[in-house]
Write a protein of this length. Structure first.
Length: 432
């Protein structure tokens, strides 16, 4: 029979992209992945992400679609919703947000009118762009008031640079926001939803918890859950939760209609059902007892990395970590070393991380004085506390000898040796 389809095979038809995918797989395998918002998803998540579900238009929600042919897709999305509700013990789940940013926008749209006041954490103190940064559309539509951290402290018994809950409360009483946002993107400490709940109740505000970073730690029982305490919980599925790139929202039954309507048709068109299938795969993985072991190991590894970095002469913002990340203040290590240069030097040594502002950073957000490091990805690859000490030594060595190409090449070789023992994808040959 003569084939009528124009398609011949997988990526053999596009050697340029095939080569780039192979190159990226090699990069992920042979260099250290320490970006706190990244992880290695399972081959099952990759398979669902790259599936024929990408072909399907499914505007609407299961059982209420605007297009035909959604029998299978309805089952996929329902499975994702039910698994997510079980995973977090939530009344209602929306798995359609294309990203964490869209999840947050959807909640603001559902709960507020343009011009309403939101109290959230300032970007340069650890908050997210969507928490009212001047660069974000959120600050153009809603009126943001921002809280920050307590001052830095040298007293190890009373570390500073923690969320200033007194400030949250006094700003709440002064500005009477309709919505208070908890959660951060560069904060190494536990955020307890109960502290915020009390403040929100005092002024009759709604509480949204942006769980983007620690969602996997909560799912694995390594971190307290804000579900049932906050009115709405948003998160990304690709950070510690180890799923595909995307977002999700949890809320009570009471808010379900408003939240769903804000995502579609309020903010998005057709959902990405291939991504939703991949989310469902990740939610199932996160229900397995092994994921709880993983989540606890992520936290243990971050504590080990923090201690080893301090031994290398680095100062950590807030003096340590409770979660999967550490925020390094580079100024004590070397007053001339910027976050930008540190990131570039480490890139040459095969250590992938991102520069980050530190609280009250004297340098611009493009340059910065800090580094953010996370343990979620390399813990997935199988690394433990012994490897965290090695990583801290490699970081210290590369930054101390940053103008010595021979020394950096030696670090790069040691990074290669370490990574070769912890391949996240032993079952993938290439063209992932
Ligand atoms: C990562 C993050 C987001 C946004 O996620 P995207 O998928 O990149 O849009 C939102 N809020 C917080 C706190 C985050 O850390």
């Amino acid at each position: 029979m003569t084939p009528t389809s124009p398609f011949t095979g997988w990526l053999d038809a596009d050697p340029e992209i095939k080569r780039l995918l192979d190159d990226e797989l090699t990069r992920q395998r042979t260099t250290l992945q320490l970006i706190a918002s990244e992880n290695f998803t399972s081959p099952a998540v990759l398979a669902a992400s790259g599936s024929v579900l990408t072909n399907k238009y499914a505007e609407g929600y299961p059982g209420r679609r605007y297009y035909g042919g959604n029998q299978v897709v309805d089952e996929v999305e329902t499975l994702a919703i039910e698994r997510l509700k079980t995973l977090f013990g939530a009344e209602h789940a929306n798995v359609q947000p294309h990203s964490g940013a869209n999840a947050n926008l959807g909640v603001y749209k559902a709960l507020l009118e343009p011009g309403d006041t939101i109290l959230a954490m300032r970007l340069d103190q650890g908050g997210h762009l969507t928490h009212g940064s001047p660069a974000s559309i959120t600050s153009k539509v809603w009126n943001f008031v921002s809280y920050g951290l307590t001052p830095a402290s040298d007293d190890p018994d009373h570390p500073g640079e923690m969320i200033d809950l007194d400030q949250v409360r006094s700003l709440a009483l002064e500005h009477r926001p309709k919505l208070i946002v908890a959660g951060a993107t560069a904060y190494a400490r536990t955020i307890d939803a109960k502290d915020y709940r009390e403040i929100a109740d005092e002024i009759g505000a709604r509480l949204m918890f942006d769980l983007a970073h620690p969602a996997g730690l909560v799912a694995g029982g390594a971190h307290p859950s804000p579900v049932g305490i906050a009115d709405v919980v948003t998160f990304t599925t690709h950070k510690t939760l180890r799923g595909p790139r995307g977002g999700a929202i949890l809320c009570s039954e009471e808010l379900a209609k408003k939240i769903d309507g804000a995502i579609f048709p309020g903010l998005q068109g057709g959902p990405l059902e291939h991504a939703i299938a991949a989310k469902a795969v990740a939610f199932r993985e996160a229900m397995d007892p092994s994921f709880s072991v993983y989540a606890h190991q992520v936290v243990t590894n971050a504590a080990a990395l923090a201690a080893a970095l301090e031994a290398q002469g680095f100062r950590l913002v807030s003096g340590g970590t409770d979660n999967h990340l550490v925020l390094v203040d580079l100024r004590g290590f070397d007053a001339d070393l910027t976050g930008k240069e540190a990131q570039e030097v480490m890139d040459r040594a095969g250590i992938t991380a991102n520069r980050n502002t530190i609280p009250d950073d004297p340098r611009s957000p493009f340059v910065t004085s800090g580094l953010r490091l996370g343990t979620a990805a390399e813990t997935t690859a199988g690394m433990g506390t012994a490897e965290m000490a090695v990583i801290a030594e490699l970081i210290g060595r590369s930054l101390r000898q940053r103008n010595d190409e021979t020394a950096l090449a030696a670090v790069r070789a040691d990074v290669g040796d370490l990574c070769s023992r912890f391949d996240p994808y032993p079952s993938l040959a290439g063209s992932a």
